[in-house]
Design a protein around this ligand. Structure first.
Ligand SMILES: [Zn+2]
Length: 390
């Protein structure tokens, strides 16, 4: 590389160095390998600034401190899926700073939880995040083990700052290939009935990431979600990532059949697909959708493309999974995934002619009401009094 550069005429080399310096000077570090650049500022002002509401609750974010990772991450584990490769730990200070940068001049708060992975010390990281959350005006969901008795779940729910739980199928048992070993489990294998009974009594929030390769549309997922709603109707049940429906066929199979239950909520995190946002908004309405990012994953830069029931993540960082790169002039225009997602949500809202009230419900009102209900029942201060400017 050095010899190639040295062979350039001096003028060209200086121009390149100047351009490189200029781009680095204007780059602000976000998290991991991700940064905030001029292209992101321009995207925000062109597509989002006049539309994103003044108050925001990101109802799906992962925050953790690296000291709770008890397992050494190997290169093989890191490369086992694209999510593993991009979702490095993001501590509370970083999560707060990133929100301030990516949502300029907005009042911002999180519903945060740790890593849903037995390579992490679950209890310690739950407690650390709860305390960090209180300091920052966030609310937290505790990561729960399916083996816990109801009293253990209750012990957490009574703690200040905690509004509910985040169960996950990887917590069924340790596995090296965490994302496939327990994928075909029943929801009740990782969210057992004795915990659901307690959560129903406490009217707690549950963010449910559905299992199974067929996603929310799998008949067993449809049946089990309906069973939870029927038997435990006081739970504030939020289906994560629209039930992992990132493509239109998945959304048609997964979301539409559950549209008839007005008490079932969805978070729209990790979805970039304008057609899915449109379909979800059309069938569920703005009163049942909660804004969320799934950060730190959505600080990734690039775009997603869909074909039938599959998608490809385009990004400019040389991750192991990133085999099919686009042309440099296209990559140069990439912005953050979370900004592409916001633009897609905006497009869907505008296509449906939704007013400001509806948009504000998605970004703040729906989650805010749910949090307030839970806090009132617990005898805690409502979020609006503790939340602070990000
Ligand atoms: Zn997530």
């Amino acid at each position: 590389m050095t010899s190639r550069l040295a062979s350039h005429p001096e003028g060209v080399q200086h121009t390149r160095q100047r351009a490189w310096k200029r781009s680095v000077v204007n780059e602000i570090p976000l998290h991991h390998v991700f940064t905030y650049k001029e292209v992101d500022r321009a995207f925000w002002s062109e597509h989002l600034e006049d539309w994103v509401p003044a108050r925001i609750i990101d109802a799906h974010v992962h925050v953790n401190d690296p000291r709770f990772q008890i397992e050494t991450m190997t290169e093989e584990m890191r490369r086992s899926s694209w999510v593993s490769e991009v979702s490095d730990k993001c501590d509370a200070e970083t999560a707060e700073r990133c929100a301030r940068i990516t949502f300029p001049n907005r009042e911002f708060t999180y519903v945060a939880f740790g890593h849903v992975d037995l390579g992490w010390e679950i209890e310690g990281s739950n407690e650390w995040l709860r305390i960090e959350g209180i300091k920052r005006g966030w609310h937290t969901l505790v990561v729960t083990r399916p083996s816990w008795v109801a009293e253990q779940v209750d012990w957490w729910l009574k703690k200040p700052g905690v509004i509910g739980v985040k169960p996950y199928y990887t917590l069924i048992g340790y596995a090296n290939d965490w994302h496939t070993t327990h994928l075909e489990s029943s929801i009740f294998d990782f969210l057992p009935h004795h915990q659901l009974e307690l959560l129903n009594d406490r009217e707690a929030w549950v963010t449910l990431h559905v299992p199974r390769a067929e996603r929310l549309g799998h008949p067993d997922n449809q049946r089990e979600v309906r069973e939870i709603r029927r038997r435990y109707p006081k739970i504030k049940l939020v289906i994560a990532h629209y039930g992992r429906c990132y493509t239109l066929p998945h959304a048609e199979e997964g979301i539409v059949p559950l549209a008839d239950d007005p008490g079932l909520y969805f978070d729209c995190s990790a979805c970039l697909n304008p057609d899915v946002h449109y379909l979800a908004l059309k069938h569920l309405g703005p009163e049942r959708i909660l804004y969320g990012t799934d950060n730190p994953v959505f600080y990734m830069r690039g775009r997603r493309q869909w074909k039938g029931r599959t998608y490809i993540n385009r990004t400019n960082y040389p991750f192991f999974f990133n085999k099919e790169r686009e042309a440099p002039e296209i990559e140069a225009k990439y912005t953050l995934y979370m900004y592409e997602a916001l633009k897609a949500i905006r497009g869907a809202c505008e296509k449906l002619g939704l007013g400001r009230d509806a948009v504000e419900r998605i970004f703040y009102g729906n989650a805010g009401c749910m949090i307030e209900d839970i806090l009132v029942k617990k005898g805690e201060q409502p979020a609006s009094q503790t939340g602070r400017q990000a």
